[in-house]
Design a protein around this ligand. Structure first.
Ligand code: ADP
Ligand code: MG
Length: 343
């Protein structure tokens, strides 16, 4: 029943980062070109993501927050050629279980009317209400983890650090999303709706980086542009989806990295963003490899890194963790050796 649903949901949505990630990815999947993320009290009271994407079609109102409902996967074969972030239909249903969750949405032909959708804990649609609104979707998460008291207390205790982490994640989405105007606001006490950072809808990731980190950071960057071949350390696993005839061990790394400057400046590892096929993700072993290379040059600062690893989808698993933030590279060791050599 509900309890099991809450426990499972707590494995999909583990922290503020998971909330932001799921909502922002839904907005990107909906083709948004403007995304605004709003926090109240650093996210403790509210995390809300507004987009100007396609909106939700009325025949899906009943389903959107039901467990395993997704509009993004038409057949199992699609898994091998997946171009959307989402495909499991777990995020909205989990948010219903863990917080007060509602959506306001309008498709182009409904404007200036929009529909506010309220859901039960189970994800069932409780009521709909016509309100004024623009094209797109706003998803609002109030009181995250209010139904998992231990998790809630933990979050309250660490809110500064958690809020810092979620901002770093949003930096990564804002920088990688060329053509999307991104803004983040926070309301704490009397400082209402302060813009934390924003981008201008630039065509390039470089301009996005300038918006987020400043022109000074940008001027210290050089292009990162590597093509790697790496020897598999173990026989390849076949995914079994889409006929999988083995995999290519070729990899392209594109992005921006700070010029190694001896003994000068200081940058925090906060300014290191990794992506796999443009999907932000943590790659701790790879981060370590970069940092080791810089150290070996006798460079004291840790580098600014914006690195997108473009590779065959058979070369990694997105599915290893329910929150989809950890990506397992099938041949991390070989890849890292190859990366060190080319750097
Ligand atoms: P998934 O993204 O895996 O499909 P979610 O639980 O994140 O699952 O979302 C469920 C469904 O709700 C999506 O498949 C989509 O149809 C709809 N949806 C969610 N967020 C948005 C949005 N911002 N714009 C348009 N549709 C959305
Ligand atoms: Mg989703």
């Amino acid at each position: 029943g509900i309890l099991v649903h809450q426990i499972q949901s707590g494995q999909v949505i583990v922290d503020l980062c998971s909330v932001a990630k799921e909502l922002v990815e839904n907005s990107l999947d909906a083709g948004a070109t403007t995304i605004e993320v709003r926090f109240k009290n650093n996210g403790l009271d509210l995390i809300e993501v507004q987009d100007n994407g396609s909106g939700i079609s009325p025949e899906n109102y009943e389903n959107v927050a039901l467990k395993h409902y997704t509009s993004k996967l038409s057949s199992f074969d699609d898994l091998s050629s997946l171009h959307t972030f989402g495909f499991r239909g777990e995020a909205l249903s989990s948010l219903c279980a863990l917080a007060d969750f509602h959506i306001t949405t309008a498709q182009a032909n409904q404007v200036p009317r929009a529909n506010r959708l309220d859901f039960e804990i189970s994800g069932k649609l409780r009521k709909t209400q016509i309100v004024a609104g623009q094209k797109g979707t706003t998803a609002s998460v109030e009181g995250i983890f209010k139904r998992l008291p231990v998790r809630r207390r933990e979050l309250e205790k660490n809110i500064k650090r958690e809020y810092g982490k979620v901002l770093n994640l949003l930096h990564a989405y804002a920088c990688i999303s060329a053509g999307v105007k991104f803004s983040v606001r926070n309301t704490v006490g009397k400082t209402k709706n302060v813009v934390v950072f924003s981008t201008n809808g630039n065509r390039t990731t470089k301009e996005n980086i300038a918006n987020v980190y400043g022109a000074k950071t940008l001027s210290a960057l050089i292009p990162l542009d590597l093509e790697l071949e790496f020897e598999p350390s173990a026989p390849m696993r076949c995914s079994g989806v889409g006929g999988g005839d083995g995999q290519s061990n070729q990899l392209v790394v594109r992005g921006h990295i700070s010029r190694p400057v001896f003994g000068e400046g200081r940058q925090t590892p906060d300014r290191q963003m990794f992506f796999v096929n443009s999907r932000p993700c943590g790659l701790p072993q790879i981060a370590k490899a970069f940092n080791e290379v810089y150290k070996s040059f006798n460079v004291s600062q840790s580098p600014f890194i914006f690195a997108d690893f473009q590779m065959d989808t058979n070369a990694y698993d997105v599915n290893v963790s329910p929150d989809k933030r950890t990506i397992l590279l099938h041949d991390a060791a070989a890849l890292i050796e190859s990366l060190k050599t080319s750097l």
